[in-house]
Design a protein around this ligand. Structure first.
Ligand code: COI
Length: 357
């Protein structure tokens, strides 16, 4: 594992920054990026921060053919005091290595990768937007780079980090979104790659996503891949329901992504003494709760989406409106608390914040 010093080559020209109120998720990138190479004989080597630039790949590069790649999503937040906060970044590094393990990618030194991310954010600090609800999205990712058409783990990789100033993930902002329950396609099955943050999971979601987007839905809610019975996740978010006073979220089962925000929501709910359970929950149960007047809230959680209330669910031919299409009390409290901690305006009882020094 590399312990080399990170070299820094500064960009000679700086890009124009978008206005804080014009930010669209994932469209604009900062002036610099981080790169670290891997070769089987050498391990990880040559860590460097360089001007943001295209990378050149041989057309036979394995990632282009077989998708051996993983990524993470994190954010840097600017506080009123001018500090830069990262939210539980070590959890993302741990998950990156879990994804690596599943995808046969060599593990990275988590502390070193986090140090590289911090240095990169420092170099591009003036890109962190300051308007409420905005942040600097951090996208670490690893691609297999060996030029070879055999189906096997690559012998070469690149770990890269790019940064993007962002506003809300959904065009609805923090207003409730409409979600369609997916009844034909599936995202993942146990034993597959659903638990890993890898490109294929997202590629396979596009068809369903495109179909529902045409009907005005923001996302699909995935059911389990075997019976299409149990709720899994929303692809860009984990999902929670408030049923008769209790918060329920699908238990981790090998095909659901273990969200850092999901974990934080669970900790906060327990801290507040709000009943919460992680268990199997069928879509039928959600609909029955609705019919009995007991489905009080639904919301998603994710780094990009933070907390996103679900105002409407459509399954087969039945559409239900949750909490009159309004943001629920728990979703609001979670959103305010998480963002309050992230922007340094609320107490951080679990020491989730890691400051850039
Ligand atoms: C995130 O929340 O950071 C994600 O990775 C979701 C994404 C696919 C936009």
């Amino acid at each position: 594992m590399t312990q080399e010093a990170i070299s820094i080559t500064k960009a000679t020209t700086k890009k124009e920054k978008p206005a804080s109120d014009q930010l669209v998720f994932g469209r604009t990138f900062t002036d610099h990026m981080f790169i670290l190479d891997y070769e089987e004989e050498k391990g990880w080597f040559d860590p460097r921060i360089v001007p943001y630039q295209p990378i050149s790949l041989d057309p036979a590069t394995m990632v282009l053919h077989y998708g051996q790649t993983v990524f993470e999503g994190m954010k840097a937040y600017l506080t009123d005091q001018g500090d830069v906060n990262l939210f539980r970044p070590e959890k993302n590094m741990e998950r990156l290595n879990r994804s690596n393990e599943r995808m046969c990618i060599p593990s990275i030194d988590e502390e070193f990768a986090l140090e590289a991310i911090k240095q990169l954010v420092k170099v591009d600090k003036d890109w962190i937007p300051s308007a409420p609800g905005t942040s600097l999205y951090i996208r670490p990712f690893i691609i297999s780079t060996q030029p070879y058409l055999g189906v096997a783990p690559s012998k070469r990789y690149k770990f890269m980090v790019i940064l993007s100033p962002v506003g809300a993930y959904y065009k609805e902002g923090i207003n409730p979104i409409k979600i369609a329950v997916e009844n034909e396609f599936v995202r993942a099955v146990k034993g597959g790659t659903g638990e890993a943050k890898t490109a294929g999971n997202y590629a396979s979601s596009l068809k369903a996503q495109k179909t529902v987007a045409e009907k005005g839905y923001a996302q699909v809610l995935w059911l389990d891949g075997l019976e299409k019975k149990y709720v899994e996740e929303v692809g860009s978010m984990n999902v929670f329901f408030k049923i008769d006073g209790e918060i329920v979220t699908p238990e981790l089962n090998g095909s659901i992504l273990e969200g850092v925000t999901r974990n934080s929501v669970l900790q906060l709910l327990k801290y507040w003494n709000i009943p919460v359970s992680q268990r199997k929950i069928s879509i039928e149960e959600v609909y029955q709760a609705y019919k009995a007047g007991k489905l009080e809230e639904a919301f998603g959680s994710g780094t990009a989406a933070v907390i996103s209330p679900i105002g409407q669910l459509a399954w087969k031919d039945e559409t239900v409106t949750i909490n009159n299409g309004k943001t629920g009390e728990i979703a609001k409290r979670l959103y305010d608390t998480l963002t309050g901690i992230q922007y340094g305006v609320k107490e951080d009882p679990f020491n989730w914040i890691s400051k850039l020094d």
